[in-house]
Design a protein around this ligand. Structure first.
Ligand code: ADP
Length: 542
């Protein structure tokens, strides 16, 4: 017997329709790449998304066609999210920090028909265009006054003129909620990038879950500023969540340095933000140097890479901002786990509570997870056993876009994350490593993340990475690579290594320390350990 409820597909356009109708005057504030601050509302964004949809119809865009974006977090990028997906096309967000060869591969693989880009990326786009012949038209996301006088770009036009030629009279089409809505390629540090193809249904379910109290906990009283870019994993779903709950949206554009962020947060009364640890380290340092405190910011989500406990501690105790540590990946839309306490942990000591909050957290309803050993057998939730982390759920990828080996991404309905983790009795998951970063010493695993976290708590350490280097007896031993904080040039390897005493098992302690000026990072700001391993491939331990 079927339920007798209305058959209304979960579609992305419905989110902005809701925001325009019930939160129409709520603001979207956006720093523009061409300069200046732009103010609009959900009502205006809704009209402009419909003008865009009319423009796509005129340009012959059909359901399922991919439309690319190379853009910062701005109001125009927000409008594109809705105009593209709402009209049934696929919003393909592209990470401008990737290498040109990767960008060319991605644009050609996705077969983008139109490509929207910010003024910042004009020089980049001029390199890409001759290598991406399928792109029919390049659209500069600004007004006609910023169009270059001459350009080789095929059918170059500007965003504002494209919109100005259309009315907002548009009926969003209704289609199956499993229709593709957006596409994002993983950085692909080793292989070619792989496309994760989200659906309307997965996006809406993910947005509902992200808003829950134990996840982002956002509502209409919030002012949300996603620092995590809209060009990578849909800014963790915030461009959907904010209008869904009617929160004011503050988009930082290209200004991701500490001074610009702090100014924007204060001027716009931001209450909630989200981003990777590197950004928040910069902000923390700035707040310390200037002895400033946030007026309204109360909560931040940190994820995308392990959040060093020292960062969590400093934000909570010095700046009085709650940091929630979250784990996820492109293939999980990205939200998988968030660290918040349960009622029965209220009586634990402050240290025990902090330990739980520093973990990657608990699975949300919608994400099931397990850890398995090398034999594929499930491992116990004792906080000790570590194994490969497998997940499944309605917003987890079942396959990659255009995969040459369809049906092989999952095993018995589970997706192998490539992370190694423990799960404790209370259900808190801790990532110990990317499986390819695991250090195996004498057959036992050493967690590089744990060693990095400990090092980052030392005042002399600006950034730390731990990799395995060859060892004749133990096969591999950990090497600590450190960027020193200014003023600490005199710190010695011995001093740093003795900092581990009593904090980790003696056999986990790195064998040596190397000081470097900077560490290599991926396009999404994560440590690029493949490069580091190459740099230290012939490292001889004393
Ligand atoms: P890419 O695969 O393109 O680098 P993702 O953004 O999908 O990008 O990265 C996902 C990976 O980032 C995870 O599999 C995990 O290794 C790492 N990661 C994400 N969040 C955390 C976290 N809170 N702690 C530790 N690692 C994390």
């Amino acid at each position: 017997m079927q339920g007798l409820m209305m058959h209304q597909p979960l579609l992305i356009a419905g989110i902005l329709r809701h925001a325009a109708k019930w939160h129409g005057s709520t603001e979207i504030v956006s720093r523009q790449p061409e300069g200046g601050l732009h103010r609009s509302t959900y009502a205006e964004a809704y009209d402009r998304a419909r003008q865009l949809a009319n423009a796509f119809a005129r340009l012959g865009v059909r359901e399922g066609d991919r439309i690319g974006t190379l853009a910062w977090n701005t109001h125009r990028h927000f409008e594109l999210y809705y105009g593209i997906s709402g009209s049934g096309a696929v919003c393909h967000t592209i990470n401008p920090r990737l290498f040109v060869e990767q960008l060319v591969y991605i644009i050609n693989h996705a077969q983008d028909r139109l490509l929207f880009f910010d003024v910042t990326f004009l020089p980049l786009v001029e390199k890409l265009a001759p290598l991406c012949p399928r792109v029919e038209s390049w659209v500069l996301m600004t007004g006609p006054e910023h169009l270059p006088a001459t350009s080789e770009l095929p059918n170059l036009r500007d965003y504002e003129s494209l919109l100005a030629a259309e009315t907002a009279d548009y009926e969003w089409p209704t289609f199956d909620e499993n229709t593709a809505s957006s596409l994002c390629y993983t950085s692909g540090t080793t292989d070619q990038p792989k496309g994760v193809l989200y659906s309307h249904r997965s996006t809406l379910l993910h947005s509902y879950a992200a808003g829950l109290p134990d996840a982002f906990n956002c509502g209409a009283q919030d002012v949300i500023s996603p620092v995590v870019p809209m060009f990578h994993v849909n800014a963790w779903g915030i461009p959907y969540l904010a209008p869904m709950v009617g929160a004011k949206l503050v988009l930082p554009g290209p200004g991701l340095d500490a001074i610009s962020l702090c100014e924007l947060f204060e001027n716009e009364s931001v209450t909630f933000s989200a981003g990777v640890p590197t950004i928040w380290f910069g902000l923390l340092q700035y707040m310390r140097e200037t002895q400033r405190r946030f007026g309204t910011l109360r909560k931040m989500i940190i994820g995308g890479a392990a959040c060093p406990p020292a960062l969590l501690y400093a934000f909570a105790n010095e700046l009085h901002v709650e940091i929630r540590h979250a784990w996820g990946m492109s293939e999980t839309s990205p939200l998988g786990t968030v660290a918040t306490l349960k009622a029965n942990q209220a009586t634990l000591s402050a240290e025990a509570q902090f330990e739980a909050l520093a973990s990657q957290g608990r699975g949300l309803f919608g994400i099931d997870m397990k850890i398995v050993g090398e034999d594929g057998q499930e491992l116990p939730h004792d906080g000790e056993a570590f194994g490969d982390l497998l997940v499944r759920g309605p917003w987890v990828a079942a396959d990659y876009f255009g995969s040459l080996t369809p049906g092989q991404l999952t095993t018995n309905g589970w997706f192998r994350t490539g992370d190694v983790a423990t799960i404790d009795a209370a259900g808190f998951m801790r990532i110990t490593d990317r499986s390819k970063d695991v250090i195996k010493s004498g057959g036992e695993w050493i967690s590089s993340i744990e060693l990095e976290n400990q090092a980052m708590a030392h005042p002399a350490v600006a950034e730390a990475a731990v990799i395995g280097v060859p060892h004749p007896k133990w096969s591999e031993r950990p090497l600590l690579v450190v960027v020193r904080r200014p003023g600490y040039e005199g710190i010695t390897a011995e001093e740093l290594l003795s900092f581990y005493d009593g904090k980790v098992a003696t056999w986990w302690k790195p064998d040596a320390v190397e000081f470097v000026d900077q560490l290599p990072h991926t396009a999404t700001g994560k440590l690029l350990k493949t490069q580091l391993r190459k740099d230290f491939a012939n490292y001889a331990l004393a």
